[in-house]
Design a protein around this ligand. Structure first.
Ligand SMILES: *Cc1c(COP(=O)(O)O)cnc(C)c1O
Length: 225
């Protein structure tokens, strides 16, 4: 069973780093996976799941009111993909944690929903574009201090940590290390980093949340295939 293997690997990585397994959350990234594979992991009692798009997440996890179905109401659902302006309301209704606070306009929009409509804002990770890649979302490291000041002090948002997706062709460890030092500088305790290819490295470098998809569920089928 793949899932048991992942658990074992997480525990070993935690042991190597002298860390407590309980300080690491495994987010099973169910995006684009066939429902039976996801159901199987839900049935194992696993609690944390990740989706990268709002609409497919609603289709999978939402009931008629856009909130979670009774069967999955106790699961913890993490948004790990970009959040567009027109999907904020839906996302706030469905998700328990948002890993992709990546721009000031989104921070302002979240504060607006809190202030004007009484939405509770979930714990937030700021996505950092550690590789400064133009096509990638996230705040670049040089702009992080101002961004955090605006999000936390001015807008009063609850930022719990930082999240990054390292560039594909660079050693992930460099980016994990950078993210960790940025979090330390800003007093942030949580680090969302590490995917199927590198979650053990991420744990050794301090990840509190690893986002693992294909190593748990198998390769994602091509859309329509
Ligand atoms: C898809 C995705 C993952 C999981 O990727 P795998 O390589 O399948 O583990 C993790 N994080 C983000 C942001 C993703 O979009």
């Amino acid at each position: 069973m793949r899932f048991a293997d992942i658990e074992d690997r997480i525990q070993k990585a935690a042991d190597r780093a002298g860390r407590d397994r309980k300080d690491i959350t495994l987010i099973a990234v169910s995006k684009k996976q066939p429902q039976p594979r996801v159901d199987a992991v839900v049935r194992l009692g696993h609690m944390d799941f990740g989706e990268n798009q709002v609409q497919p997440a609603v289709a999978r996890w939402g009931g008629g009111d856009g909130k979670r179905t009774p069967e999955t109401a106790n699961n913890c659902l993490h948004l790990i993909g970009p959040l567009q302006r027109n999907k904020v309301r839906t996302a706030l209704t469905l998700f328990d944690v948002v890993h992709t606070l990546d721009r000031l306009s989104l921070a302002q929009r979240l504060a607006h929903f809190r202030d004007e409509e009484g939405f509770e804002i979930p714990p937030l990770f700021v996505q950092v574009n550690t590789g400064e890649e133009p096509q990638k979302a996230g705040v670049i490291p040089a702009e992080l201090p101002d961004f955090l000041e605006a999000a936390r002090e001015k807008l009063g948002l609850r930022v719990v940590g930082l999240m990054a997706i390292p560039p594909v062709h660079e050693p992930a460890a460099l980016h994990f290390g950078l993210l960790r030092s940025l979090a330390e500088t800003h007093g942030l305790g949580q680090l969302s980093m590490g995917m199927s290819a590198d979650f053990e490295t991420a744990i050794e470098l301090g990840a509190t949340h690893v986002r693992v998809g294909s190593e748990i569920f198998g390769a994602r089928p091509e859309a329509g295939g």
